[in-house]
Design a protein around this ligand. Sequence first.
Ligand SMILES: CC(=O)N[C@H]1[C@@H](OP(=O)(O)O)O[C@H](CO)[C@@H](O)[C@@H]1O
Ligand SMILES: [Mg+2]
Length: 544
Amino acid sequence: MASPAVKKAISEAALQYRKPKGKVFEYGTAGFRMKADLLNTVVFAVGLLASLRSKKLSGQWIGVMVTASHNPAEDNGVKLVDPMGEMLEAEWEAYATRLANAPLESIADVYDELVKEIDVKMTNPARVVFARDTRASGSRLVGVLNAALTATETEFIDFKYMTTPQLHYVVRCKNTLGTQYQYGEPSEQGYYEKLAQSFKKVMRGVKVQGSLTVDCANGVGGPKLRELIKFLDSAVDIKVINDDVINPDSLNYECGADYVKTKQRAPPSSKAGVLDRCASLDGDADRLVYYFVDESNVFRLLDGDRIATLAASFIGDLARNAGIAQKLKIGVVQTAYANGASTDYIEKVLKLPIICTNTGVKHLHHAALRFDVGVYFEANGHGTVTFSENAMKVIRNTEPQSPAQQHALESLRALTDLINQAVGDALSDMLLVETILAHKGWSPKEWLGTYTDLPSRLVRVVVNDRSIFKAYDAERKLESPAGLQEKVESLQSRYNKGRSFARASGTEDAVRVYAEAASRSEADDLATRVANAVSEAGSADGQQ
Ligand SMILES: CC(=O)N[C@H]1[C@@H](OP(=O)(O)O)O[C@H](CO)[C@@H](O)[C@@H]1O
Ligand SMILES: [Mg+2]
């Protein structure tokens, strides 16, 4: 049971805020995310829950990140980070939702109910670290978080501005400090040092060709990339653009990874020349896409699927060169949004197993842990590589039989440090891509040449009630509304290499329709027809 003093402190602190009328909150794929004005009570609830989570886990550090990633500047959001730097355990999402929807007058009682229900030992310490992106509303929301943590007598550290992956990194470091699994120094400097040292190691004997221009979405990634560059000792020539964090409206505006991926074009401000290597981060620097303009002045995107195939092929080569390929099960995890050509390439050329999961990185991350080396990326550029305990042992302890094996083993060791295994991290992924391109001696053109993407189209359909769209088979099929799946299948069978599916978005009030086919016009046509079928099924239900 919570002490009367703590309950009183919670009640008093909560009453400083007002709940927006009629709004129902839900902890979704990306935590809570909405217009920043509506978030005070939600952040307060998240503060309470972070404290409970830490106590439940015997005082391990829990992270709270205040960000709305690629959303417009006026939005904000908040999510919890579990001790090893993973997303919050699914079961606790429901507790977050419950606390966020509790009336302020009784929030202390709901908190106490949870203490009993989850069986939290209240004498355990509670420890929380938090950070925020560059949004103007962040300082107010951090103030609210502070109030919740103070009321619950939680020990906390404010890391001020950080990228989302930096906070995940710090959480993992804090909880592994002094153990054999110590992940690194739990500080921003420790993060840069770890990345820079491993990058320099893995780059021994090779050189990055030309420069890389990085669009930072005018978000927190800009200043953090500038910091990282200081630690890299010119091992790579990075030009930072779209790093304006002073003008609050510029965040994610006509730039950033989400803009580039969804519009399939470079930011209008881009001055990149033909074949120049470019990359974009999103607003909190956990997503990364590459692109360039080819000799015919055509924009070419290298998205998350491309990063996954590049990483899987490189790590596979290193494992073979190190003589440990037989001991490591390497696999790739994708979602239904992965381009069919990438799936084909992984199966037929790389000859690696693939798992397809539901959308949302937590699903991909969990599936990746089933491999010794799990490469996972969403097509939109969010992903990383995980190494199992077995993989870490094999990579660390194998005695090389030749200088070539030794070199490959050393590269693999450095890669396990370069890669942020806690979560998808645009800065770490960027150094990984630069490493691989340098080793292969590739420009983005050779990278693009590994396979040809099928033309695809993503459409958003607004319906009366998206909850009637129930998916199964890793969201590739619909079980309801009745009859719609048959319609989608009949439509896709009419197109060469046609593939289409529809699913309710977890972050927006809409149904997303994806279609791909052998030609651009077929993909567009298929997407339009399936979108129409979805729209009809959606409105038919609404009229009942
Ligand atoms: C097609 C697509 O890009 N969907 C995104 C989007 O999810 P939806 O559930 O589709 O709204 O936001 C998620 C959170 O950022 C991200 O993980 C996911 O990839
Ligand atoms: Mg993001």
